[in-house]
Design a protein around this ligand. Structure first.
Ligand code: NAD
Length: 362
């Protein structure tokens, strides 16, 4: 395991993407959001993605420095095409439109299509919450068919995240952010690189048996080589039996079909679709009941007797905040394979060797 200071890691990722042809501003955003995923404990959506993002950039799956195209709009909604730009660029542009419309009308809906990988979707709910807005996001990952629906063994769904953000004036927001599969694909990636093991029953084989072996998803691979999920014979399982599988289907229908992204299918170009709703509590709650009632209810929620000695009831978003504080102080731990693949990418692109050494030594 290698431990790298967050700032140095973000700088290194920025330099890598700048060398790969992104503007400095975009490269900086990619560094910021990938490292933010590591800081919140979601290593699956952090810097482990650097080789894959570079591969997508070089084969044209994702395009540098795009500005979203507003395909159609009314005062309260917009259909926004990300034009296959980096998710770290086009997702915040779409969220900004949602924030502006929600502030003007109290409510907004934004359908984002053709976004490059938008990473940890909670970042976008946090952005809305920072603007004082409630937000709900249905997301699909077209071209990434990885998940077996409840009752099936074959891949039919993407990991299709579902996210809700609730701002709390004067306090931290509540951010529920999860893949509708037992694990996000990136967690299989991290496990395949020697990181955290998968939970029991995360994967399913063609014969219906459950497993935690990443080879079931990727087939054969070398330690630092790319992971190709088209090579594995198995699938990730949808979470929560019939209920989770049903929510995943809704993410496909709303985040995929309704946005114009297209629901996930084999052979499609990779991209995220995201259907987002934004609500301004100030408009629907003139008596200002919402902040007080939220505070009261969250105390009540958290006051439930812990199921285990020393345990505690947490609100969604709390584990991420705690992890961020810890990793900002101590650094971001990276499996050796992950670090090696980032260093290899940096050297191949001609990033200043001092920058690489500085990050590794931090
Ligand atoms: P996860 O299983 O770790 O669940 C995370 C959620 O559960 C968070 O809201 C967290 O606050 C909450 N949580 C965790 N432990 C808790 C506890 N003890 N008590 C209360 N709440 C708790 O997340 P995941 O499903 O592995 O998803 C990881 C990330 O992957 C997410 O950020 C998601 O947006 C991202 N993702 C992105 C894509 C994409 O295509 N862009 C696809 C899939 C997943």
């Amino acid at each position: 395991m290698v431990t790298v200071k967050a700032g140095a890691l973000a700088d290194l990722v920025r330099d890598i993407f700048a060398k790969a042809g992104c503007s400095t501003a975009e490269a900086e955003r990619i560094g910021k959001y990938l490292v933010s995923a590591n800081l919140t404990g979601h290593d699956s959506h952090g810097v482990a993605r650097v080789p894959r993002y570079l591969h997508w950039k070089s084969n044209g799956t994702v395009v540098a420095d795009r500005t979203v195209n507003v395909v159609s709009e009314t005062p309260v909604l917009a259909v926004v095409d990300g034009l296959h730009g980096f998710g770290q660029t086009v997702a915040p542009q779409a969220v900004e439109i949602g924030i502006r419309k929600a502030r003007e009308n109290g409510l907004a809906m934004i359908a984002l299509r053709n976004a490059g990988h938008i990473g940890r979707v909670g970042d976008w709910a946090e952005m809305a919450a920072a603007a004082g807005l409630v937000s709900v996001h249905f997301v699909n990952a077209s071209g990434s068919v990885l998940v077996a629906p409840f009752g099936g063994t074959e891949r039919r769904l993407s990991t299709a995240p579902f996210v809700v953000g609730v701002p709390r004036p004067g306090d931290e927001p509540v951010i529920l952010d999860f893949a509708t599969s037992v694990v996000a694909e990136g967690k299989v990636l991290v496990a395949s690189q020697g990181g955290k093991k998968l939970p029991e029953g995360a994967l399913i084989g063609p014969d219906g048996s459950q497993s935690i072996d990443p080879h079931l998803l990727y087939g054969d691979y070398t330690p630092t080589g790319p992971r190709d999920h088209s090579k594995g014979a198995g699938a990730i399982r949808a979470f929560g039996d019939h209920k989770g599988s049903g929510l995943a289907l809704m993410c496909e229908l709303l985040g995929g079909s309704l946005t114009g992204m297209s629901a996930t299918g084999f052979g499609r170009r990779f991209g995220n679709g995201m259907l987002s709703f934004y609500v301004d509590p100030n408009v629907i709650d003139p008596e200002n009941v919402f902040p007080e009632d939220t505070a009261r209810y969250i105390s009540f929620f958290k006051s439930a007797k812990p199921a285990h000695t020393g345990g505690e009831v947490l609100t969604p978003g709390e584990p991420e905040r705690r992890m961020r504080a810890e990793r900002l102080a101590k650094g971001v731990p990276l499996p050796d394979d992950t670090w090696a693949s980032i260093v290899a990418a940096a050297r191949e692109l001609g990033v200043d060797e001092n920058r690489i050494q500085q990050a590794g030594a931090a």
